[in-house]
Structures are given as C-alpha cells and as structure tokens.
Design a protein around this ligand. Structure first.
Ligand code: ADP
Ligand code: MG
Length: 287
C-alpha cells in the first residue's frame, strides 16, 4: 500500500505547479544527485530573435520567407521563431515534402524549390558548401535547390530563474549539473558559464544525448539517482532513460510530457529544486 504522506507529497507538489505522475517518483527524486538539462526551452526560453542575415544573394525578407515557409510545419523552437520573425501569414499550400532531420534541421519544397534549413551538420550531410560564421550565436544555414543561399543568425535568451535554479540545486546538495545540447559549442559554453553549470556537451545528435546519459548512469553509484530535464520531441528517449525524467509542461512537446515522470507546469527551472525539497520532506515523513 502507498503511505498517505505520498499523496500529501503529490498534492503539495501539484500546488507548486509540479505534477508528479506517481508516488515512486517522489522516492527516486529525493535520491537525485546528478541533474542533466537540455538547453533550448529548458534553460533558455526557446524563443529566438533574428539578429542578422549574412552571405545571401537574396534580399533579407526573401531569404527569411523561404526559411519560414520551409519551417512552417515544424514545432521546433527554431521553426516557430523563424515564423514569428517573418511575421506575415504563411500559405502552407506553397509548402510540401517536409522532412525533418533530428539535430540537423529540415528540408521542404517551397514554391517547387527544394529548401534546406539547418545547421552546418545539415549542409555537410547534403554536400552543400556553406559559409562559416564567426558570430557567436545559433546559425540557420539555408540552401535553395542545392545552392547555398546564406544564413540567418538567431539568438535565444536565458530564462529568468535559470542561474538561481542551478545555485539552488547546488545548495540542496546536488553534486553535479550537466547541460546537453545540439546547439553550437560557442553558444552552449556561453550559456553554461553564465549559469554555473559544471559540465557541458554541445553539437550532440538526439542519440548522442542518450549515450551521454547512459555514460553518466554507469559512472555513478546505484543509490544516487540521475534526473534529466528537457522539453523537446528529441528529449523523449533521454527522459525515459534517466532515473527521473522531468519535462517542461507549458511549451514542452507532447512527446516529452508523455515520456516524463514529472512535469513542471510553468516551465520554471527553479521548480526543479523545489520538487526535490518536497520529495525529501515527504520521504522523511514516510520513513
Ligand atoms: P537542442 O539540443 O538545443 O534542444 P535540437 O537537438 O532540437 O536542439 O537541435 C540541435 C540543432 O539542430 C539546433 O541547434 C539547430 O542548429 C539544428 N536544428 C534542429 N531543428 C532545426 C530546425 N527545425 N530548423 C533549423 N535548425 C534546426
Ligand atoms: Mg530543447
């Protein structure tokens, strides 16, 4: 039977906007020693601003239009941001044959032209020569009908409570914080340094994130637990693999929310340490 205080714990957590899907997760959460995060949408808002368009033979608005249309069927934070930056209504009838490639970007037909939009990995995969970029930021390279068409420089902002959230975790005895991201090294290192995260791995493919978590799982002692916090479709496998999966609920993907054991209703990273504190209190009452 489940001790009553577990229900009290789940109830208390839910009043804080922390949805715990079952009593066993409170126990595991209370033993968490390593917290691993995704970057985009978890530590950052996942709302990118366009900072500039470079190396393009097209007019800025024209390149942005191709990119926004190509991205119009995707729910990736970059896609949504490009559609927002474009700002005009999008006629999806102009778009077909969309193919998303996890950790790379996507290709789609726009007005019959094949548009590719994504990172350097995508350009390499498609055999398209691209312009390297010296700017610090996330870069969306665009190719049209197999020819390089320039890149869009975008940037995200760190969530309001992110640094405080990391500090609170350390204060509550979390031994290690790790950030995993598919984004560029310069962006990832900058974010990790600002937040005081112990370890950072960048330019990862979705499968690499699972591998990294498995590596961390084998290195730790059995009694210490590992939590992963993420928001995206690509995060679902890692959320399942971790001892505890925590998803951002407000802007998170359905796949992430489904795969998670705990959902943070308001996407506030400060709620991670709050949830851990609630779980420990609840466990102390039970035993
Ligand atoms: P993260 O680990 O930051 O959540 P993802 O694994 O979703 O990121 O994506 C990793 C990288 O792949 C992004 O930083 C971006 O460069 C590229 N990418 C992924 N999806 C898209 C897309 N729809 N449009 C453009 N680029 C994309
Ligand atoms: Mg993400």
């Amino acid at each position: 039977s489940i001790p009553l205080s577990f229900f009290a714990g789940i109830g208390g957590a839910s009043r804080e906007g922390v949805l715990v899907k079952g009593s066993s997760f409170l126990e595991t959460l209370s033993q968490t020693k390593i917290v691993v995060f995704d970057k985009t949408g978890t530590m950052t808002k996942g709302v990118f601003e366009v900072n500039g368009i470079h190396h393009s033979p097209y007019k800025d608005e024209e390149l942005l239009e191709y990119a926004a249309l190509a991205e119009s069927y995707s729910t990736h934070p970059i896609s949504k941001s490009l559609q927002r930056a474009y700002g005009k209504p999008i006629d999806k009838n102009r778009v077909s044959d969309v193919e998303e490639i996890g950790g790379h970007g996507l290709t789609a037909k726009v007005d019959g032209k094949v548009v590719a939009a994504g990172n350097a990995k995508l350009m390499k995969k498609l055999g398209i020569e691209y312009h390297d970029c010296s700017h610090v930021g996330t870069i969306v390279h665009v190719a049209i009908d197999g020819k390089y068409a320039g890149h869009i420089l975008i940037s995200d902002v760190i969530k309001e409570h992110a640094a405080e959230a990391i500090a609170a975790l350390k204060k509550s005895g979390i031994e290690k914080t790790v950030m995993l991201t598919g984004d560029a090294k310069n962006v990832a290192d900058h974010v990790a340094a600002q937040l005081g995260i112990d370890e950072v791995c960048s330019e990862l493919l979705p499968g690499d994130k699972v591998e990294k978590v498995e590596e961390l799982l084998t290195k730790k002692s059995e009694k210490d637990k590992l939590a992963f916090v993420g928001d995206g479709i690509n995060d679902a496998p890692v959320l399942s693999r971790a001892d505890i999966g925590i998803a951002m609920g407000a802007l998170g993907s359905d796949a992430a929310i489904e795969a998670a054991d705990i959902v943070l209703m308001d996407d506030d990273p400060l709620k991670i340490s709050k949830a851990i504190r609630i779980s420990r209190k609840c466990i102390r009452i039970v035993y």
